[in-house]
Write a protein that binds this ligand. Structure first.
Ligand SMILES: CC(C)(COP(=O)(O)OP(=O)(O)OC[C@H]1O[C@@H](n2cnc3c(N)ncnc32)[C@H](O)[C@@H]1OP(=O)(O)O)[C@@H](O)C(=O)NCCC(=O)NCCS
Length: 155
């Protein structure tokens, strides 16, 4: 199975936002309640924000046979702001592949470390990639509190 990584374009918008909505609405339900999932998934409707992320940030997608199966994007050159894998393609090495490309980009830009705020769902993945927990935090988002973790890795 070949995983291809490329930079996202505005044409990928619909695939990216539906993948985001579907993954949050299925995979993240193990760790967040129904209210939190509804609010989080509704972020898929913020078309302008997604278009800005695609055009302004380092934003990559993973494809298998030309189907988008994951995406990731970096803010400020060293902050991983999003990493999502298609609900039907979990545990197939797609996030590993995306993270390798993201970390290479951070190194290429000569930042000494990468950081992220990661969900409870994603924590085991980042621990598997040797990220350290900086702290567990409660983050307010649209009037709800989400527990997540700040993680980092020296590159
Ligand atoms: C977290 C996420 C991105 C991982 O994507 P993935 O493509 O399934 O991850 P990989 O297949 O590359 O996993 C690599 C290794 O990480 C570890 N890992 C990944 N998911 C794990 C899980 N749910 N539980 C335990 N270990 C896990 C495993 O060691 C895995 O290797 P293995 O499958 O050979 O055991 C994916 O589950 C996801 O999209 N989650 C929902 C969205 C989310 O919370 N994103 C983070 C936003 S902050």
């Amino acid at each position: 199975m070949n995983i291809d990584i490329r930079q996202a374009t505005a044409k990928d918008l619909a695939d990216i936002t539906s993948l985001f909505r579907d993954t949050v609405s299925t995979i993240n339900t193990k760790h967040y309640n129904a209210k939190q999932i509804t609010v989080w998934a509704s972020g898929s409707d913020e078309t302008e924000t997604w278009l800005e992320r695609i055009s302004d940030l380092y934003f990559i997608v993973a494809e298998i046979d030309a189907v988008i199966v994951g995406f990731a994007y970096l803010k400020k050159g060293y902050y991983l702001d999003g990493l999502f894998v298609h609900k039907d393609y979990q545990r197939q090495g797609i996030a590993s592949s995306l993270l390798r490309t993201i970390e290479s980009q951070v190194i290429a830009e000569e930042f000494p470390e990468i950081r992220s705020d990661v969900s409870k769902t994603a924590l085991p993945f980042f621990e598997n990639k040797y990220y350290d927990i900086v702290k567990k935090q409660k983050k307010s988002f649209k009037g709800l509190v989400f527990e997540n973790y700040i993680v980092k890795k020296i590159l």
